[in-house]
Design a protein around this ligand. Structure first.
Ligand code: FPP
Length: 186
């Protein structure tokens, strides 16, 4: 049997498992509606599922777990629901950081910082700092994330590099472009 691959960009060959798993958090509202509960009860239940999934991924040897938590389109939801989701994200960062650290989980956040409430950013930054040495699992939260926004932001970064002479347009290829995506290094 092949040796267990320890690199986070590699492949867990021992159990032939993927290295990186991404989950779109969906169906919270429908879950609640089916039970005659308000949508926010679905989000609360979703948070419990997040805890279970994070623990399971760390246990079975997944190296990166991306949770698509809040999209750039989700701002169009009712104000109260958006506020509740922001509060849940902040509480998760505050309350779970110590346990994540204990379990060897490193928290990482991708997406646009602009637009997120300062208290949410502060809690996430603190949790990322607190868990920075985790080497078992990277928990990647996609927050205020959109695929198109990611491409636009990467393009802006490439243009900025070009303007200060750091990038030659002729040598720009998929690999160098991907270094500017939020997922660089993952
Ligand atoms: C999808 O269900 C869920 C969301 C848009 C939000 C998920 C985010 C959280 C629970 C908060 C933060 C999480 C972490 C991990 C910090 P939906 O409302 O689209 O449900 P529906 O498809 O049934 O309408």
């Amino acid at each position: 049997m092949e040796e267990h691959d320890q690199t986070i960009t590699g492949h867990n060959s021992l159990l032939d498992m993927p290295c990186h798993v991404a989950i779109i958090m969906d169906g919270n509202g429908r879950w609640a509606q089916q039970r005659g509960l308000p949508r926010i009860a679905g989000h609360q239940a979703g948070m419990k599922a997040v805890r279970r999934v994070v623990r399971a991924c760390a246990d079975i040897g997944i190296r990166i777990l991306t949770l698509y938590t809040f999209s750039t389109e989700n701002w169009q939801r009712p104000k109260a629901e958006v506020a509740f989701l922001m509060k849940l994200s902040e509480e998760y960062a505050r309350r779970e950081a110590a346990e994540l650290r204990r379990d060897g989980v490193r928290l990482n956040v991708i997406g646009r910082r602009v637009g997120l409430p300062p208290s949410v950013l502060a809690a996430l930054d603190r949790a990322m700092e607190e868990t920075r040495d985790g080497n078992k699992l990277i928990l990647n939260l996609a927050l205020n994330y959109g695929g198109r926004a990611e491409i636009v932001d990467a393009s802006r970064a490439v243009v900025a590099d070009y303007q200060c002479g750091k990038v030659d347009p002729e040598s720009l290829d998929e690999t160098t472009f991907s270094l500017h995506l939020y997922t660089a290094g993952l």
